[in-house]
Design a protein around this ligand. Structure first.
Ligand SMILES: C[S@@+](CC[C@H](N)C(=O)[O-])C[C@H]1O[C@@H](n2cnc3c(N)ncnc32)[C@H](O)[C@@H]1O
Length: 246
């Protein structure tokens, strides 16, 4: 909860530069997951969204929300940062969808408002999962799905702060990851595999799949340098959880 104001300030400050650098990759085509832009058609995580009530938690400039609205979903894009929401508003396509400013830890929606809640390095990377996952579960209807992509603990544990890249040497304790300081109180969150299972099951969700996106060796990572360059072809860089509310 303490990270909400600091995360808002961080994303307001970096939004322009972030979109300048990453929007061409994120928005290059509809439904691209994560740091390696792997198509959902390959990972089969999201399914058909036509006519579904969909919430994107931490939508940023709305590249995903825009694509799903164009497919006929009733999308709401939620984000903490007004600068990110302004980017989403500016990039909205012909299929309009509402944007809401709020924290994933405090969702301003009634129970049973959505059929799908999802994010890609969004609210479940930047909000405390023990608060945000129960909120996501609350706003889902029965049979509704929570699908989200986050960095893997392998990737974070092998991040070499001094060199500014991910290597093959363990640097951070696996059990000590938990929160990652992003400067001036801003925080991102990183759970162990066991803690993700506990948090998801504790919120009453059923885990249907844990997809481990695996890029081809030459695929560019637009965010982090890795050594070797094909790191993510050899070890899992991301966790794509697929769950539902029974
Ligand atoms: C890496 S972006 C994810 C959006 C998009 N998928 C992308 O890759 O750019 C992270 C987003 O999470 C938002 N965010 C940070 N903390 C949040 C919170 N507590 N609740 C909701 N959104 C948050 C940020 O403002 C930012 O837009």
């Amino acid at each position: 909860m303490d990270s909400i104001p600091a995360n808002r300030r961080l994303w307001n400050r970096i939004s322009d530069a972030y979109q300048h650098e990453h929007d061409p990759q994120i928005g290059a085509a509809p439904r691209l997951w994560g740091m390696y832009s792997i198509p959902d058609a390959q990972l089969n995580a999201l399914g058909d969204v036509t006519g579904k009530r969909v919430l994107e938690l931490g939508c940023g400039a709305g590249q995903w929300s825009r694509a799903l609205a164009a497919e006929g979903a009733n999308v709401v894009g939620l984000d903490l940062s007004e600068a990110q929401l302004a980017a989403a508003a500016g990039a909205m396509g012909a299929a309009r969808y509402p944007l809401v400013q709020a924290a994933a830890e405090q969702l301003p929606f009634a129970a049973n408002s959505f059929d799908l809640v999802f994010c890609d390095f969004g609210g479940l990377s930047w909000a405390a999962p023990h608060l945000a996952v129960p909120q996501a579960a609350r706003v889902l209807g029965r049979g509704g799905r929570l699908v989200f992509n986050v960095a893997s603990p392998w990737f974070e544990a092998c991040y070499d702060e001094a060199a500014g890249r991910v290597t093959t040497t363990l640097r951070q304790d696996y059990f000590g990851l938990n929160t990652i300081a992003e400067g001036d109180g801003a925080t991102s969150y990183q759970l162990t595999y066991g803690d993700w299972v506990k948090v998801l099951r504790g919120a009453g969700l059923v885990i249907d799949d844990l997809v481990e996106p695996r890029p081809e060796p030459a695929t560019l990572n637009g965010y982090n340098e890795t050594d070797p360059p094909d790191w993510a072809h050899r070890w899992p860089a991301e966790l794509l959880w697929v769950t539902h509310k029974p």
